[in-house]
Design a binder for this molecule. Structure first.
Ligand SMILES: Cc1ncc(CO)c(N)n1
Length: 215
């Protein structure tokens, strides 16, 4: 029997916390087309702030990547974040008349996620950032595929869900998984334990972050 890949091991070891996130109230509300306008708009502002910091997180990954193919991939990720994702927030805030500065993005759940993810990237190495963003992106790809098959009345929420099932985003989630698997073939066991814990920490921060639109 082939040895379990590192990403599959991480997913298995974090099954409970990943499952808790995938059945979070926010995910259930989107899948059942019952997320309130107020919660969606708070989410959008918090999320826009996170996507901004994701540019910094992936910039750390680009700075610590070992090979040119990794650097090229991450530069494309940075381009998509700045020019597709951030553009989505700019358009959405404008069309809804949302003023992000009138929301408090410094509430603990939002700040803990942003600072926690940024700290992993800033203080850790390349694989630490990959493990944390694998948690974030694999989870979004998973629940958005489920939500994309159901009716979503709000066109901007529908567009946001669809962005996370787009082949480009799917390829990015798979790329992170594959980076872990390639590295995993030569990692010491204490390193794999540490990376699995980073995944778990990131997922718990995600859970708290998705509570925030309801507070
Ligand atoms: C909060 C959050 N987690 C994960 C993703 C996926 O990148 C996202 N866009 N936002």
């Amino acid at each position: 029997m082939a040895a379990e890949s590192l990403s599959d091991r991480i997913l298995r070891e974090n099954d409970a916390v990943l499952g808790a996130m995938l059945s979070h109230r926010f995910v259930e509300d989107v899948k059942n087309d019952r997320l309130s306008k107020e919660a969606f708009e708070r989410y959008l502002v918090y999320e826009g702030a996170f996507v901004d910091s994701a540019i910094s997180i992936f910039a750390y990954a680009a700075a610590t990547a070992g090979t040119m193919p990794q650097k090229r991939w991450l530069i494309a990720v940075l381009d998509a974040l700045a020019n597709e994702q951030i553009a989505y927030f700019e358009r959405t805030f404008a069309s809804r008349g949302i003023d992000p500065s009138s929301f408090d993005t410094r509430i603990p759940e939002v700040e803990a996620f942003r600072v926690g993810m940024l700290d992993i990237a800033r203080r850790g190495g390349f694989l630490d950032t990959v493990a944390a963003m694998f948690a974030a992106e694999w989870m979004y790809w998973t629940w958005c595929r489920q939500a994309a098959n159901r009716p979503i009345s709000d066109p901007l929420l529908k567009e946001w869900v669809d962005m996370h099932v787009d082949p480009n985003f799917a390829a990015q989630a798979q790329w992170l998984k594959n980076e872990l698997d390639m590295a995993g073939e030569t990692l010491e066991d204490d390193e794999t334990v540490r990376l699995s814990a980073i995944f778990g920490r990131a997922m718990q921060l995600e859970i708290d972050f998705h509570d925030a639109p309801y507070l």
